[in-house]
Design a protein around this ligand. Structure first.
Ligand code: AN7
Length: 382
């Protein structure tokens, strides 16, 4: 079939009938979604386990993270409602996405970020896209509290994941995975901060597996009625597994964490906004939460880059760090199909990447002459 002339114009256009938009809604899009589902070929051999591992490389979205899926919906609906300004608190990626989609829509973005605690690439994005960037002397949770307070006193639309349109957009990642695999995976692993994304994925899988329209609306309170578009495409749903950084792991502690810390600044969140919903995801899917140390997160990030050529940011690598441990222990069974969401691009946080590789024997500095360069090559031939 000749597919010339078909231009991909973003996930709202593609999944229009399963999203809360109408014929007259004017869509604010940067061509988000449609990200690659890459099958890992080298890592399973290293693990010596018979598993199929796929990574959903969300770092290839327009602003480099999965947040674009939610932001195209949130900004589209904000503009439709006549809003002239949006606001969010962010550990970095939400602010980058909000800034870009606001620029696209011609409205103002206000972003509250923790002073000195967001990765350089994300700060560069918020500034470059022209968001009003408010650095607060506090963490994400402080920012979130302030955003909720100020939205009652100023004409701004909140575009954090407490805005229900965000999760509606993000559920489309599950649709894409099912389309490509022809079924849902057995396990789906994600890094967890506010737990919006793990909730959104579960909504997506539920909509695709719903036996019929009435049943799903009853059984899945998460979907807030949008399940009426359920289409019974698959029979199975995955176990959802959420990994947190050990220093920011309220779901593992079973209580909010007041001073979260982790090298994975994207998930440096102690008071998750989707707390109840994420627990419901776990009980419905039969999955679990677990934690990963900063050290194993960084090891997994490097391992993925060097064994598969895929560069994700530290927070994203939590899904791999946790999955490796659970595959090795047998908690994730052999013979399984596993999808890991790589939520953000490695280029977001160059400082952590360079810091981690500094001192590696692979980086040498030599004279600008043939003999020195030749010696460096011969010395490193394997
Ligand atoms: C790369 O940008 O919360 O569990 O303010 O950037 O849905 O919160 C980022 C979250 C995982 C966690 N990976 O997702 C923000 C923000 C990356 C992220 C998460 C985030 P949720």
């Amino acid at each position: 079939m000749n597919t010339f002339g078909h231009r991909y114009t973003g996930l709202i256009e593609k999944y229009r009938d399963r999203l809360p938009v109408s014929e007259s809604t004017s869509i604010i899009s940067l061509g988000e979604g449609n990200t690659p589902l890459i099958k890992l070929s080298n890592l399973p051999k290293v693990l010596k386990k018979d598993v199929d591992i796929y990574v959903k490389y969300e770092g290839l979205n327009p602003t480099g993270s999965f947040k674009d899926r939610g932001m195209t919906m949130a900004v589209t609906k904000a503009v439709e409602a006549g809003s002239k300004a949006i606001i969010c608190a962010s550990t970095g990626n939400t602010s980058a996405a909000a800034a870009a989609y606001a620029a696209r829509a011609g409205i103002t973005a206000f972003v509250l970020i923790p002073d000195g605690k967001i990765a350089m690439g994300k700060l560069a994005q918020a500034m470059m896209y022209g968001a009003i960037t408010i650095q607060i002397k506090g963490n994400f949770d402080d920012g979130m509290r302030l955003v909720k307070e100020v939205a009652d006193h100023a004409p701004v639309t909140i575009v954090n994941s407490i805005n229900p349109y965000r999760l509606q957009g993000q559920k489309t990642a599950a649709f894409e995975i099912v389309e490509e695999l022809g079924r849902a995976p057995d396990y789906h692993c994600l890094p967890v901060g506010n737990a919006g994304n793990i909730t959104a994925h579960w909504m997506g899988y539920c909509e695709m597996s719903a036996p019929d329209v009435t049943k799903v609306t009853e059984s899945c309170a998460l979907c807030e009625g949008h399940c009426k578009y359920a289409c019974n495409i698959i029979g199975n749903r995955p176990k959802m597994i959420g990994y947190q950084a050990a220093g920011s792991a309220p779901f593992i502690r079973g209580a909010m964490v007041d001073n979260p810390e982790t090298v994975a600044t994207a998930i440096r969140i102690g008071h998750p906004q989707s707390w109840d919903r994420a627990w419901k995801v776990m009980s419905e899917s039969g999955g679990w939460f677990d934690e990963c140390s900063d050290e194993t997160i960084l090891q997994a990030q490097k391992l993925l880059a060097q064994s598969e050529g895929i560069f994700c940011e530290p927070a994203s690598a939590a899904s791999l760090a946790g999955a490796i441990r659970d595959i090795q222990s047998g908690k994730i069974a052999e013979g399984s199909t596993i999808v890991l969401t790589l939520t953000g691009n490695g280029l977001k946080d160059p400082d952590t990447a360079i810091g981690q590789c500094q001192g590696d024997a692979k980086m040498v500095t030599v004279g600008a002459d043939l003999e020195s360069v030749r010696a460096a090559i011969l010395h490193n031939m394997s």
